[in-house]
Ligand binder design. Structure first.
Ligand code: 1BN
Ligand code: ZN
Length: 313
């Protein structure tokens, strides 16, 4: 057979395969990745802000939990409410995390956490936490929807919405903060499940209109590098600033549990962070585009994380 006839034969089979598997390619196409709809995330943010401040014991905080459960169920996931009592300087408070699991192709697969907090800080008039608490929650709901719609991945995922992140006192001191994350991480360690968690990714204050994620220095260095590389790959290296700073946040208890963790956070909210924990943390200072950029970053980073990130490496 001549080379031309051979190629001709090949192209005949290629055409057959292309006709059955999609345009322009002779082999089955990879399943499309999750398609994030930033407008959906923004709608969630508007809905959360419309509930008003979400501090401990408020009806708005309970309405937020109910909203999370309803939206996770609408996405085809099964929400789980993890209720617990937190002993705080202002007394014992009933709190509840909400989470939903996305099973992997392999039922024995390890798990990655995508997490955020949804509460707002007590005692600040008009503080609705559009960015602080709202943005991560809105984006994580949309990530959960998009990832569920795209089907199972190589690793299992848990979408974890944390309660009680904010301190009950004015100052962030000692253990008066991160109640939901400490509760969840403690239970993971107790059950032995912590050893099967590949990584924990926290989204906090990711809706700032003038977005700039810093290098949070408690976070796992390899995860910091992995997310920066992903930003560069999608042509959005500007998503990260050159700032490096340690910030205590909900990733702390997971780091303490030996789980590689990262806090994706913008901690320059307004001039000299002037909007943080004030009534200026509003929709007007957030943008749909910022949610889109961080969502795209997370989705771009996950395949590398799944492929290259192994515990103990
Ligand atoms: C993030 C959002 N944090 C609180 N609300 C964590 C934090 C704690 C940030 C102390 C800076 C200082
Ligand atoms: Zn806060």
């Amino acid at each position: 057979m001549t080379r031309t006839a051979f190629l001709h034969g090949l192209s005949f089979f290629a055409l057959l395969a292309a006709a059955s598997s999609g345009p322009g390619c002779g082999r089955p196409e990879a399943a499309p990745g999750p398609a994030l709809d930033a407008a959906n995330a923004w709608k969630h943010l508007e809905a959360l802000v419309a509930l008003g401040p979400r501090p401990p014991k408020s009806p708005a905080l309970e309405a937020t939990r109910a909203y999370l459960e309803a939206e996770l169920a609408r996405a085809g996931l099964t929400p789980v409410r993890e209720a617990f009592e937190a002993s705080t300087p202002v007394g014992t408070i009933a709190l509840a995390n909400v989470y939903a699991d996305l099973a992997a192709t392999n039922p024995a697969a390890e798990r990655v956490y995508l997490a955020t907090h949804f509460d707002t800080k007590l005692g600040i008039d008009g503080f609705v936490g559009a960015n602080d608490g709202g943005s991560g929650t809105a984006l994580l709901l949309e990530l959960a929807r998009a990832m569920k719609a795209a089907g199972p991945r190589e690793l299992a995922y848990r979408f974890l919405f944390l309660d009680g992140e904010e301190a009950t006192r004015a100052q962030w001191q000692g253990e008066d903060n991160c109640y939901g994350s400490r509760h969840h991480a403690r239970a993971l360690v107790k059950s032995g499940e912590a050893a099967r968690v590949r990584a924990f990714v926290l989204l906090d204050m990711v809706g700032d209109r003038e977005l700039g994620l810093l290098r949070e220095t408690w976070s796992d260095r390899r995860l910091n590098d992995l997310f920066r590389a992903a930003a560069a790959r999608i042509g959005d290296a500007a998503l990260f600033t050159n700032e490096a700073q340690p910030i205590e946040d909900d990733h702390g208890p997971f780091l303490d549990a030996g789980i590689p963790s990262i806090d994706l956070i913008d901690f320059e909210y307004g001039p000299a962070n002037a909007y943080w924990h004030t009534r200026d943390d509003s929709l007007a200072h957030c943008s749909q585009e910022s949610l889109r950029r961080v969502g795209a970053l997370v989705l771009a980073a996950l395949p590398t994380l799944e492929r290259e990130f192994r515990r103990g490496r």
